[in-house]
Design a protein around this ligand. Structure first.
Ligand code: DQA
Length: 164
């Protein structure tokens, strides 16, 4: 959790929710030949800096639990102006996460550090992709920053309301 604590009541604002799924807490040590050496803390700091430079808040959550990610979507989806999600392996099978994202009316960008389409066959299918605005895969940590820029531009263009 970042910038806004779990106890802060959510109210409509220029807020971007960033969700990292299972095992992404291990970035930096986990299969560095695939995911690089950047840590999750470094990615989160870069996102925080880029967001605050434009007057946006961030709520950044990593969880190894599907339900914890869904709770954050339900909590902040109605009031945020965009969501960045790297669902990790949940990408490939979590209908529950997909349904939670389908229920929000704000833009959502799915990010993968690796180019999942160049990897094992089971990673080629995302059950999340059909319900999100767009997907960025294979650009490493830059993918998160590109997603953030897109969402901030959209939020700025469409106002601070929750329903972009
Ligand atoms: C990932 C790709 C997934 O297939 C994998 O399970 C991950 C990370 C990526 O960022 O490249 O955990 O989402």
């Amino acid at each position: 959790m970042d910038s806004v604590t779990a106890d802060t009541p959510p109210t409509a604002r220029r807020l971007i929710l960033v969700l990292h799924g299972p095992n992404l807490n291990l970035l930096g040590q986990r299969e560095p030949h695939i995911y690089g050496t950047v840590t999750l803390a470094e990615i989160d700091q870069a996102l925080r800096d880029a967001a605050s430079a434009r007057g946006f808040e961030t709520v950044i959550v990593q969880s190894n639990y599907e339900g914890a990610l869904i709770d954050q979507i339900q909590r902040y989806g109605p009031v945020a102006c965009g969501i960045i999600v790297n669902p990790g392996a949940l990408t490939h099978y979590s209908i529950a996460l997909r349904d939670a994202l389908a229920a929000v009316s704000i833009p959502v960008v799915e990010v993968h550090l690796s180019n999942v389409y160049r990897r094992e066959e089971f990673r080629h299918r995302s059950v999340i992709a059909p319900v999100v605005t767009g997907q960025i895969a294979g650009l490493g940590a830059d993918g998160y920053l590109l997603a953030l820029r897109y969402l901030m531009d959209r939020c700025g263009a469409e106002g601070t309301g929750a329903h972009a």
